[in-house]
Design a protein around this ligand. Structure first.
Ligand code: T3D
Length: 261
């Protein structure tokens, strides 16, 4: 059984984590399949938006804890290797792929699973979904970019408490705190995510990619550097076919036909 399901509908690729019996917890094979699916999405010009979701009742329960050998006498596990091989490439790819990635969090998102969602561009969640920084419950530190994204999403005080207390945050609270964008009824989440992705895929996706590059950089840059980067990327956007089409469509009072070029 594939550990990742990839299904293209028009210009939208839906990627589904597919280990429902363990709430889509990560093992090395699933991480590698996810990396390959994201690489394919990045490289394929036909794909202009991505939805990331989970099968079954969970989104992702983080690291598969049964995959680590804790038997007496077993050698110490090299968790740095797990992080390097499994998680860092996925998080880096989600932030660097110049196409919108919408997380449809269909259930619990724990540990690396929560931070996987936060690395996406827009996070939708089912009303019965939840987010938990469960790392400290098992003596670990948050990873998968959580210590980078969460303070920026919710501020330092809330990020500290979320990580140190490891309390489960219901989707509505996550929305109210600015951790995620929207919540939907469980039966409506998949359609909401696909509708959003389909709409976005028909828009100026090249500009989305450049916007994402600016947003990524904005979190470190000072104003002068960011203004210079806006200048450069606006120059690039201004040469796109979509800019020309957008302006012409506006002036001609018709709907634009964007191509992502
Ligand atoms: O280790 C490294 O490589 C370093 C990297 C670390 C990154 C991390 O993500 S560390 C954090 C790892 N994840 C967790 O600690 C979460 C563990 N899971 C839970 O706390 C709970 O399962 C949940 C809060 C996520 C959900 O609770 P609940 O009550 O809805 O479901 P459940 O009954 O606990 O789980 C359902 C099944 O999934 C169950 O199997 P069973 O009994 O039906 O056969 C459970 O064992 C399995 N499962 C859930 N999470 C994991 C898992 N199996 C393996 N690994 C998991 N992470």
């Amino acid at each position: 059984m594939p550990l990742i399901l990839s299904e293209a509908t028009g210009a939208v690729l839906r990627i589904t984590l597919n280990r429902p019996e363990v709430l889509n917890a990560f093992n090395l094979d699933m991480a590698r399949e996810l990396q390959a699916a994201l690489d394919h999405a990045a490289e394929s010009p036909a794909i202009r938006a991505i939805v990331l979701t989970g099968s079954g009742r969970g989104f992702c329960a983080g690291q598969d804890l049964a995959a680590v050998d804790m038997s007496p006498g077993a050698p110490d596990v090299d968790l740095a290797m797990f992080i390097r091989e499994q998680y860092n490439p996925v998080i880096t790819r989600l932030r660097s792929i110049e196409k919108p990635v919408i997380a449809a969090v269909n259930g619990v998102a724990a540990g690396a699973g929560a931070n996987l969602a936060f690395a996406c561009d827009i996070v939708l969640a089912a009303t019965n979904a939840s987010f938990i920084q469960s790392f400290t419950k098992i003596g670990l530190v948050p990873d998968s970019g959580g210590t980078w994204t969460l303070p920026r999403l919710v501020g330092f005080a809330r990020a500290s408490a979320l990580m140190l207390l490891a309390e489960k945050v219901p989707a509505t609270q996550a929305r109210d705190w600015g951790m995620i964008w929207q919540v939907h009824e469980p039966g409506e989440l998949a359609d909401a995510a696909m509708t959003m992705a389909t709409t976005m895929a028909a828009q100026p996706t090249r500009a989305f990619g450049l916007t994402k590059r600016l947003l990524n950089a904005s979190l470190q840059n000072d104003l002068a550097t960011q203004l210079a980067m806006e200048e450069e990327l606006q120059g690039e956007a201004g040469k796109s076919a979509d800019f020309r089409e957008g302006v012409l469509a506006f002036l001609e009072k018709r709907a634009p036909a964007f191509t992502g070029r």
